[in-house]
Design a protein around this ligand. Structure first.
Ligand code: ATP
Ligand code: MG
Length: 359
């Protein structure tokens, strides 16, 4: 069986370093490994509309921003098909058939959706489209016959929902759909990078992000005002690592060679942590180190982003071509699904013959 990747992002804002460590960096590594037969990267505008339907301009404004973030991180349209979800209407049609295979109570049990509903204050007026987005996501994944979905931890319930739909479809209609596997970041700090405010998740919707497109000074300011250990007041106080965002970011981003370069008095992160928890190490020093580490990682991304922004017409055409290519693949799956569901009346010459023979 072919190895296929499908993953994507909602164009609700520019991409941030949570996306980078949670999914984007891994995608680029997988793309360059040459181990995959096909790679599809989707800008999920239809999904973004499920909770931004009153602000279509927000979604529209971020399509090319997300495409620029992709290219800046090293996604290569020669190797990965980058496309826009709404430009592949087959996905909506597939979603419609999947709606029959999922119960409302199953949707309401999805823990990620539950917390997103609370965060958006949707409890009293929950849009049906929003609660159903995991079904639409199952359609996105299966339309491309994806075997591997590299995402952050918040997406686990979506992949589980997808697998259930695949099993149900195949058991009713026959073996058509491919059951995907999730690929989570191997580094625990990257599973769900917290926001700069210490909140559980860095998220465009929470405004606690360091964006890939942020300039050097903006990144520095955000790092210097990051949440640490509120009990660590004097430098001599022992500091806590749990829930200390600066250390979580170091867990996600720093390597031993960063110490040799920027903070040679420590051998590695363990040594820095030991000093911090013993007391005698100030937050400012740790933040300055984190700033150096982040700037080193982000500088080349920022540069490439500027280069691609300088030829935005090319980026626009790349998205159009990617969407056309993606459409062919989704149409192929839809055709197979419709045949299995016996609703391919005009493609199936037996349809009429069967009717006549029953007379
Ligand atoms: P929104 O607030 O609009 O939902 P978001 O910041 O949650 O935006 P998504 O587009 O929903 O971003 O997520 C895209 C991908 O990035 C998913 O694979 C998700 O798991 C991953 N991701 C998002 N935020 C983080 C994070 N803080 N840490 C690790 N991975 C993340
Ligand atoms: Mg999200």
């Amino acid at each position: 069986m072919d190895k296929v990747i499908l993953t994507g992002d909602r164009p609700t804002g520019r991409l941030h370093i949570g996306h980078y460590v949670g999914s984007l960096k891994r995608r680029v590594e997988l793309q360059n490994s040459g181990e995959y037969d096909r790679i599809y990267i989707m800008i999920a505008d239809a999904q973004a509309l499920t909770d931004n339907f009153e602000h279509p301009e927000k979604v529209r404004d971020n399509i090319l921003e997300v495409a620029l973030d992709y290219l800046a991180c090293g996604l290569d349209p020669e190797k990965s098909t980058i496309f826009v979800q709404s430009a592949v209407p087959e996905l909506t049609e597939i979603t419609f058939y999947y709606l029959n295979l999922v119960t409302l109570s199953r949707l309401e049990r999805n823990p990620t959706v539950k917390s997103e509903i609370a965060m958006r204050g949707f409890e009293a007026s929950l849009p049906v489209g929003f609660v159903c987005y995991p079904i639409s996501q199952a359609s996105d994944i299966t339309a491309f016959k994806a075997t591997t979905v590299p995402v952050g931890e918040d997406q686990l319930p979506m992949i589980e929902q997808t697998r259930e739909i695949v099993r149900k479809f195949n058991s009713i209609y026959g073996d058509v759909l491919v059951e995907p596997a999730v690929l989570l970041p191997s580094n625990a700090a990257c599973l769900r990078l917290p926001g700069t405010d210490g909140k559980a998740k860095m998220s465009k919707s929470l405004g606690n992000c360091i964006y890939l497109a942020d300039d050097e000074e903006t990144v520095r300011k955000k790092v210097m005002s990051m949440y640490t250990d509120p009990g660590h007041i004097k430098v001599s106080d022992p500091g806590k690592l749990e829930g200390n965002t600066v250390f979580t970011y170091l867990d996600a981003f720093c390597r031993d060679e960063h110490f040799a370069k920027y903070l040679p008095e420590y051998e590695n992160l363990d040594a820095l942590k030991a000093h911090y928890t013993a007391g005698g190490l100030g937050d400012v020093k740790v933040k300055k180190f984190l700033n150096n580490v982040l700037q080193e990682e982000l500088a080349p991304i920022r540069e490439r982003r500027k280069e691609y922004a300088g030829r935005i017409e090319w980026v626009y055409e790349m998205l159009r071509a990617g969407s056309e290519k993606a459409r062919l693949e989704a149409a192929d799956t839809l055709e197979k699904m419709k045949a299995a569901m016996k609703i391919n009346y005009f493609e199936d010459s037996d349809f009429l013959k069967d009717f006549i023979s029953r007379q």
